[in-house]
Design a binder for this molecule. Structure first.
Ligand code: ZLS
Ligand code: CA
Ligand code: ZN
Length: 386
């Protein structure tokens, strides 16, 4: 033990099933469930497990998955195997949008029901007051739709978890710092005012997946719909840096909480917004990414912390381990403990805070641009009063 103690006055639960970590999307595929093993090894090497309630979650039942997803889609996921020919010549696509981005691999259904079960368990720990912060790094798969897979996501564990929270909470704020737009969650709650969705992401309609999430996509156009002004988007350009990102996050999140008054918060911590990510294009360091988690924690509301994207596994693991330490309020030494398994995998930078590779993306976000984005958000929030 490195002197890490249980936090005073609140409980953190950590939901991780090692069965998931063995799954393979395929050799060339950027999504590596193995990043979860690396994360858990760092968390344990620091002794952070001593400070949390650790749960090995069960798989969600097909009935639970159908609380959001259509029955025929879940039945398809349950029975499909890699050798099945799922190509549909009529629509010129694979069934339910499976294919290159969302391959059918061995154990797919088990993988899906495990990460969904973990998010459901985590949400239930919050609603029955057994924890104040619940963490599931295997969840956060924000692109999955009611009736199809999308962008490496098959089951939308976030939507399922929010539906759980809504059984006990009048208003849930969903915040998404993955570099991609949280389109599946936005779409699911588009017409309700009981969930406010807020995504920060790289936006370029033609060139960056999924192409949605413009500043003026804020909910149904019809002001009579309850969902109007309850979907918020923060579209960004390449190369945003630490200080800018933290200020923007705080300038947007603080008024959202003040105006919307959520009774629970769900935070998707996709680590592809870090500099040097294989798919991402921002210049954010691990400390700045973590500062967003620390800022949200300060509202002292029931908090569900989820993973998401993240395609440079050694950086993902460091970020999520550091963010776990922020959740428990523990000070950890920046150097990875010498007994950390797979330490050799972290190359020369055996620290939680490596200098990330920022050589690829020039910063295209001017101060004026970011100010205009904050003003656009404030304009939407003004509709919430009264
Ligand atoms: O938010 O950009 C796309 C769609 C395509 C280009 C790629 N081809 C394969 C399909 C059509 C337009 N897809 C993105 C999805 C990004 C999902 C992010 C998920 C999340 O982080 C939450 C977990 C995309 N970007 C990069 C790839 N796909 C991609 C890169 C490399 C490969 C290998 C495996 C597969 C095919 C070759 C693949 C996809
Ligand atoms: Ca996002
Ligand atoms: Zn992403």
């Amino acid at each position: 033990n490195n002197g890490i103690k249980k936090p005073k006055g609140y409980t953190v639960s950590y939901h991780a099933n090692p069965e998931m970590e063995q799954m393979h999307f395929g050799q060339k595929h950027p999504m590596k469930p193995w990043r979860l093993t690396l994360t858990n090894k760092i968390v344990m090497a620091y002794g952070m497990h001593e400070a949390m309630d650790i749960y090995i979650p069960r798989a969600a039942s097909s009935q639970e998955l159908k609380d959001f997803h259509r029955g025929d889609y879940i039945d398809f996921l349950q029975r499909v195997t890699p050798s099945d020919n799922t190509w549909d010549p009529d629509s010129q696509t694979y069934a339910y949008n499976t294919g290159d981005d969302c391959p059918i691999f061995d154990g797919l259904y088990n993988y899906c029901s495990l990460y969904a079960g973990a998010s459901l368990d985590a949400a239930r720990k919050l609603t029955n007051h057994q924890s104040n912060i619940a963490i599931n790094w295997s969840g956060g798969l924000h692109h999955a739709k009611k009736n199809e897979a999308s962008g490496f996501c098959y089951i939308n564990d976030i939507v399922l978890a929010i539906l759980q929270l809504l059984l006990h909470h009048p208003r849930v704020l969903y915040i998404d710092i993955d570099v991609h737009h949280g389109d599946g969650v936005e779409q699911a709650f588009w017409s309700t005012d009981r969930v406010m969705t807020l995504s920060f992401h790289k936006y370029n309609r033609a060139e960056f997946f999924p192409g949605t999430g413009a500043l003026d996509d804020t909910g149904p156009i019809n002001n009579a719909s309850a969902g109007a002004h309850h979907s918020l988007n923060v579209p960004l350009h390449d190369g945003i840096e630490d200080a800018q990102y933290i200020k923007l996050f705080e300038d947007v999140v603080k008024p959202c909480v003040r105006q919307y008054k959520p009774t629970a918060i769900v935070l998707q911590c996709g680590a592809d917004s870090l500099g040097g990510d294989r798919l991402g294009c921002f210049n954010v360091n691990i400390k700045a990414h973590g500062a967003c988690v620390a800022f949200v924690k300060k509202f002292n509301l029931p908090l569900l912390v989820l993973g998401g994207g993240g395609y440079t596994p050694r950086n993902v693991a460091k970020a999520w381990a550091y963010e776990t330490s922020l959740c428990i309020g523990a000070e950890v030494h920046p150097n990875l403990p010498a007994h950390t398994p797979f330490l050799e995998h972290f190359g020369n930078e055996k620290t939680l805070f490596p200098k990330l590779d920022f050589t690829r993306y020039e910063n295209k976000n001017s101060r004026v641009y970011l100010e205009s984005v904050v003003m656009g958000i404030m304009e939407q929030l003004r509709y919430l009063q009264g």
